[in-house]
Ligand binder design. Structure first.
Ligand code: ZN
Length: 452
């Protein structure tokens, strides 16, 4: 099958790399997404405001906790007849959170930071690479109940987690058990006196965001790998980047949503501008890596509430809302495992998706995935209509495998839906490997779903 989008494909991949580099953590991924939506004519709706009357063609987005984001384009068809076309993904990835009072002074004035693991990282991949900090800082606001938020993205390399030399552990290549508390603490510098150590992080934050030290109340800061995303391979067919899981799916959803938008930098084809027939939703949740049960995760009723408000804001009733939910379809997009040439025995003998083979429909008999024969058939139809190949993934029966957000969302919003994602290698490594062709296929399939 020919590569989708012809010469524009390269621009779309460049756009993906840019998106990944400007989104080192959940908060920044939401900010980057919001900026792209605003350029494309989406306006911000604050969930504390009264929902205005809505008409076909209206486009808006809303956020929760600055770490999840939901975009909507109102279609022409009545919601009670056509439902919502929803694509979901998540913006969090495994990393390390900086603990409070993190500075630990060691021999020779060396300072390391106390951290806590977030999600299921392959910890060994975080050694010996330049890291930095990103997240949000809470500063004094108008009163005690309303502090304000500053996002922070320190771009210069600031930390590293040095390995222990092989000379101290000759068995290092036979496998090493790692302690989250002992082994994974990054080194940040050498200080000259205790005063410098006490205020080390606050000084850095204050300088970075341009706010007086006394005004800084607290922060959510995480480590990230400063090495930029890139492509590689004989034909430049692969993508090497942190957070492909799941920012590549966020990007694909965004590119599909804005496919017909002439204002958007993500516009990919010259298509006549028209209102969507159905109402499009892109929902990017936080906290998938820790189980989704937060106000900004897929376990929250937040999306259900907004969808209900959209139905009511168009003059619909609660019955119309329930009918809209029954008519809707959800694509839960989270990356899948590609067949790994070094570990073929770990894969299911008949269902092991390959790199470049197209989007993957994920099945699990215990229903860790939302897919069933009906929803899988619908997604397969979407791919076929888009001219895109698709593959199927099932775990090797002796492997526990993973889970994702499709079913968790379905518990608050009983949607028909499929769990799918693009095949990648090294999921939850600090740097994962994806395939360019699959990314373009995915955008094409998503765009088809939104225009149906
Ligand atoms: Zn994921």
């Amino acid at each position: 099958m020919a590569a989708p989008f012809g010469g524009r494909g390269a621009l779309m991949i460049n756009n993906l790399l840019k998106f990944l580099n400007s989104s080192p953590v959940n908060f920044l991924a939401v900010k980057t997404t919001a900026e792209i939506l605003e350029k494309a004519g989406y306006t911000k709706f604050d969930a504390t405001d009264k929902m205005p009357a809505l008409k076909p063609g209206d486009k808006f987005y809303t956020t929760k906790n600055d770490s999840s984001i939901y975009a909507f384009e109102i279609g022409e068809q009545p919601l009670s007849e056509a439902g919502f076309h929803i694509i979901c993904a998540h913006c969090d990835s495994p990393t390390f959170r900086i603990k409070p009072s993190a500075e630990i002074l060691c021999e020779g004035g060396v300072v390391k930071l106390n951290t806590e693991l977030y999600g299921g990282a392959i910890m060994s991949t975080w050694f010996d690479r330049p890291l930095s900090l990103a997240g949000r800082v809470i500063v004094k606001g108008e009163d005690a109940l309303h502090p304000s938020t500053h996002l922070i993205h320190i771009k210069r390399p600031l930390l590293q987690i040095p390995n222990l030399a092989i000379h101290f552990n000759r068995q290092v290549n036979d496998g090493v058990a790692l302690s989250k508390q002992k082994d994974m603490l990054p080194v940040i510098g050498i200080v000259n006196n205790m005063l410098e150590k006490e205020n080390l992080l606050i000084n850095i934050i204050s300088e970075e965001i341009g706010v007086e030290k006394d005004a800084i109340l607290d922060f959510d800061l995480y480590l990230y790998d400063t090495t930029p995303a890139c492509t590689f391979g004989l034909h430049d067919e692969f993508i090497s980047a942190g957070r492909l899981d799941d920012l590549s799916m966020v990007h694909a959803g965004l590119a599909a949503l804005l496919m017909n938008n002439s204002e958007s930098e993500m516009q990919n084809e010259t298509v006549q501008k028209s209102n969507a027939k159905t109402t499009k939703v892109l929902a990017i949740f936080d906290n998938e890596e820790t189980g989704s049960q937060t106000k900004q995760g897929a376990g929250s009723p937040f999306l259900a509430n907004i969808i209900q408000r959209i139905v009511l804001a168009q003059g619909g009733s609660m019955d119309d809302y329930y009918r809209a939910v029954e008519k809707s379809f959800m694509v839960s997009a989270d990356n899948a495992h590609a067949w790994h040439p070094n570990y073929s025995e770990r894969y299911d003998p008949t269902n092991h998706p390959v790199m470049g083979g197209g989007p993957v429909i994920k099945f699990n008999a215990s229903q860790k995935y939302a897919s069933d024969a009906m929803s899988a058939a619908i997604f397969a139809n979407i791919c076929t209509e888009a001219g895109v190949p698709y593959q199927k993934f099932v775990n090797h029966s002796d492997c526990a495998g993973g889970s994702t957000l499709g079913n968790i969302l379905a518990s608050s919003l009983p949607l028909r839906g499929v769990d799918m994602g693009n095949p990648i290698w090294g999921m939850h490594s600090v740097r994962e490997t994806g395939c360019i062709l699959d990314h373009l296929y995915c955008i094409k399939a998503f765009a088809k779903f939104y225009e149906m």
